[in-house]
Write a protein that binds this ligand. Structure first.
Ligand code: PEP
Ligand code: MG
Length: 567
């Protein structure tokens, strides 16, 4: 019967399950056996011979130095002295697992006492002991396989980055873990490696070691002992899905034609080609601070103007949303230091707050933007009869007064389309008041999660709180979209890059979605596969759940087109 978890890295993987155990538990002290001593002794001897054989085979496969090391380890597994000790402990009534455990522990202590090279081999004895005990008690083998003959499906309760650091796509066909979420290390690392992964898959570590499994990193299905036709069908469907995603072109829209402009997040002119290649309809977030992170002094107006103009000219008929400098916290700019040492920089003078202290820097940026728009309009009109639409927005806005102050500053430079980002819970809760001061809003889900969950976005230890499916984050997004109804509100945080979440955001009323260019095709295809009504239903189901994993599962269950697209 299939197991089901949360698919966090799309694609199909297939191979023998390798169930990783952190350690093999010690067999209970005084553990006895029923029946005759002789078969129990044979059982122990056979297990040790199997361990030796596997170690030697692996050494032969790896070759080189590993061959010698593993050969020595194999010899230790069948060391006559230890085998005699095991058999004598069984004669005294101990069951085979306990006898192996005690004999090898004793042998290990003797070696450790010897020190030097022999002492260093003590750890090898633990490994042999654990392997033999695992065999005798029917438990999975400890540690990662050395150099497997075929790619395997790595199954574990959870995986630490250290477990997987040396793994590669050639060795691992898929990851399956019982714990973890969409932003867990396993998920992030698997996506980075391009290996399918399923997390939060209850019962996965009870899969029989070596059993073949078929893993679908999109739907979260883990199927033991699939037939050949199951496997080929799954691969064919994945290829078809990839082709289907690639075949969806044109502007973003739902299956019933509701338009959702799909925009790109860029950090400078170098990102514009990728955005155009993936069919971006404009720029939804131009992170202007990226242009100046390595500069010791304020950029000149001229430098800024040409960087902004490049984006406007790349999208002569589209819109370009430029965010004013979001300096401070994780993106400090040398020429814009905060007024004092900040114990909590993410809560300090960052984003718009710094402009309050440096009005001349703000004026220079707004003037450069106005000049870029004027220049691009002239060249755009000459080239195509149209010009890109420039929109300007401020980061880290917390109150309507700040929004109003920023809008006035923009207007004084002739910039007419002004917005603010919703990244702070206070702004989300009073989005209607902020919307009154500006023309549009853009929700930054990355910082909104950071501030809603009091979880530093740079800290791996709290990354689970940055799962965009967290129901509280969904509620804050919904509060913004509902509160600002009538004012166009888009999403430009990482959340928009998840095809299922993109549908949910549109279902909640997001007007535009902006993301890194690589995510555009998947999101475009996901929207095209579902109606606006389906998106709305998916959003309601997600918000009715209490946990991130359940919210994601509930939404996906309402979005049947995702599986067909392999998303
Ligand atoms: C955000 O916070 O969601 C956002 C888009 O801005 P940045 O990631 O640049 O802080
Ligand atoms: Mg932000």
């Amino acid at each position: 019967m299939s197991l089901r978890g949360v698919g966090v890295s799309p694609g199909i993987g297939h191979g023998p399950a390798y169930v990783l155990t952190v350690s093999v538990p010690e067999p209970p002290e005084g553990m006895t056996y029923t029946g005759e001593a002789e078969p129990e002794k044979d059982r122990a001897t056979r297990a040790l011979a199997q361990v030796a054989g596997e170690l030697e085979a692996r050494g032969n496969q790896a070759g080189g130095e590993a061959r010698e090391i593993l050969k020595a380890q194999a010899l230790m597994a069948e060391d006559p002295g230890v085998v005699v000790k095991v058999r004598s402990l069984i004669d005294h009534g101990l069951a085979a697992p306990r006898a192996v455990y005690e004999a090898f522990t004793k042998y290990r202590d003797v070696l450790s006492g010897a020190g030097g090279y022999l002492g260093e081999r003590a750890a090898d004895l633990n490994d042999i002991r654990d392997r033999a005990v695992a065999l005798l008690t029917g438990q999975p083998m400890p540690g990662l396989p050395g150099d497997p003959p075929e790619p395997y499906v790595l199954v574990a309760r959870d995986l630490a980055p250290a477990d997987t650091a040396l793994l590669s796509k050639e060795h691992v066909a898929a990851f399956v873990t019982e714990e973890g979420g969409p932003t867990s290390h396993t998920a992030i690392m698997a996506r980075g490696m391009g290996v399918p992964a399923v997390v939060a898959c209850a019962g996965a570590t009870h899969l029989a070691p070596g059993v073949h499994v078929l893993v679908d990193g999109s739907t979260g299905e883990v199927r033991p002992e699939p037939s050949d036709s199951d496997v080929s069908q799954a691969y064919d469907a994945a290829v078809a899905g990839r082709d289907a995603v690639g075949a969806v072109r044109g502007p973003g829209r739902t299956a019933d034609g509701h338009p959702v402009p799909l925009l790109a997040n860029v950090g400078g002119p170098a990102d514009l080609d990728a955005a155009l290649a993936r069919g971006a309809e404009g720029v939804g977030l131009y992170r202007t601070e990226f242009l100046f992170l390595d500069k010791g002094q304020a950029p000149t107006q001229q430098e800024q103007e040409s960087a902004y103009r490049a984006a406007l000219e790349a999208f002569p008929n589209g819109k370009v949303v430029v965010r004013t400098l979001d300096a401070g916290a994780d993106k400090p700019l040398a020429f814009l230091p905060p007024s004092a040492t900040e114990p909590n920089p993410a809560l300090g003078e960052r984003g718009l707050r710094l402009f309050r202290r440096y009005p001349a820097i703000m004026d220079a940026q707004l003037a450069a933007l106005a000049a870029a728009a004027a220049g691009a309009a002239v060249s755009g009109a000459a080239a195509s009869g149209a010009g890109a639409e420039l929109l300007v927005m401020a980061p880290m806005v917390a109150t309507p007064e700040e929004a109003d102050w920023f809008a006035r500053a923009c207007h004084s430079h002739g910039l007419t389309r002004v917005g603010v980002m919703i990244e702070v819970p206070s702004a989300a809760l009073r989005a209607g008041d902020l919307a009154g001061a500006v023309d549009f809003l853009s929700i930054g889900t990355n910082d909104l999660a950071q501030y809603a969950f009091a979880a530093d976005r740079q800290l791996g230890a709290v990354s689970a709180l940055h799962d965009p499916w967290q129901p509280a984050l969904l509620d804050l997004i919904a509060a913004t979209l509902d509160g600002a109804a009538g004012t166009p509100t888009g999403i430009c945080g990482e959340a928009a890059a998840d095809p299922a979440m993109a549908c949910v955001l549109v279902g909640m009323g997001a007007a535009t979605l902006s993301m890194s260019p690589a995510a555009l095709p998947g999101v475009r295809a996901a929207l095209a596969a579902h109606t606006l009504e389906q998106c709305g239903i998916a959003a309601r189901h997600a918000r009715s759940q209490a946990t991130a994993a359940r919210a994601r599962g509930a939404a996906r269950a309402q979005l049947p087109g995702l599986g067909k697209l392999g998303l």
